[in-house]
Design a protein around this ligand. Structure first.
Ligand code: NAD
Length: 260
């Protein structure tokens, strides 16, 4: 059980992040959720999380592309729960375009959210974890932290960076009972994947069906999408005592994609 622990999950109003929040709240952890979306829908999710085990759920909707807002979110968590025991850096965005046409603002946003935000949350969470001699830092990296695909330069750059950052943190905190690991999914059926289909159709001159079968699932040998619940189950494993010696690892959940 994770009762008495607090988990902060960035980008948890949707997709994989929401699945992590449900899994952790179900095990008794207090959760801090973050991300954008409809106010009423988010409040409903927050209340739903509190019914899973009776632990508390706090919503902190700051924009994690901005350092002062990351600091405000971490302060919200500390003010309510004391600190963060389980940090899941999950918020992320994608943009699909050739390098020479890649919009400069999109490059900066993707690096800020998918990479820099994890540095800031980690540096702010570590003092509490070190004091308590226990902590779990989990990144939703990606198969794109290990291999590349064309037209996703900012995303692949950020995720490779995140993988390197995680190994470094794992070494720095190895004697403090704190682990740091990446989970690297292949294609998970979430709004992030659905929303990139139109741009991929344009970039490659394909139909929707061709993008689904010939691009998304082309490299996934099982020919099935990963589910958000399967990713969340791996995070629960990483939080367990069984995973106390798993640190600095990059766990693939990609239907065999990166085995090729
Ligand atoms: P999603 O779009 O469903 O969820 C993204 C979350 O991030 C949402 O809650 C959104 O509101 C939040 N967010 C976006 N911009 C933000 C910002 N500036 N500040 C704070 N929150 C912000 O996406 P998802 O598919 O669940 O992706 C979650 C993570 O998983 C991402 O890091 C993504 O790169 C990674 N991932 C996804 C897949 C996949 O196939 N879906 C595969 C590998 C890795």
């Amino acid at each position: 059980s994770l009762a008495g622990k607090t988990a902060l999950i960035t980008g948890s109003t949707s997709g994989i992040g929401l699945a992590y929040a449900k899994a952790l709240a179900g095990e008794g952890a207090n959760v801090v959720i973050n991300g954008f979306g409809d106010k009423d829908a988010i409040e409903k999710e927050r209340q739903g999380l509190e019914t899973l085990s009776g632990a508390k759920a706090l919503y902190s909707g700051h924009d994690l592309t901005k350092v002062d807002q990351i600091e405000a979110m971490m302060k919200d968590a500390a003010d309510t729960f004391g600190g963060v025991d389980i940090l899941i850096n999950n918020a992320g965005m994608q943009h699909v375009a050739p390098v020479e046409e890649f919009p400069l603002d999109k490059w900066d946003l993707i690096i800020a959210l998918n990479l820099n935000a994890a540095f800031h949350t980690t540096r702010l969470a570590l003092p509490w974890m070190k004091d308590r001699k226990w902590g779990r830092i989990i990144q939703t990296a990606s198969a794109h932290s290990l291999v590349a695909s064309p037209y996703k330069s900012a995303y692949v750059t950020a995720k490779h960076g995140l993988a390197g950052f995680t190994k470094t943190v794992a070494l720095e905190v190895a004697t403090f009972g704190i682990t740091a690991n990446c989970i690297s999914p292949g294609y998970v059926w979430t709004p992030l994947v659905e929303n990139q289909i139109p741009d991929t159709m344009k970039a490659r001159g394909m139909t929707r069906e061709q993008v689904m079968n010939d691009v998304l699932l082309a490299g996934q040998p099982t020919k099935q999408f990963v589910t958000a619940e399967q990713v969340a189950a791996t995070a629960l494993y990483l939080c367990s005592d069984a995973a106390a010696q798993v640190t600095g690892a990059n766990l693939s959940i990609d239907g065999g994609w990166t085995a090729q």
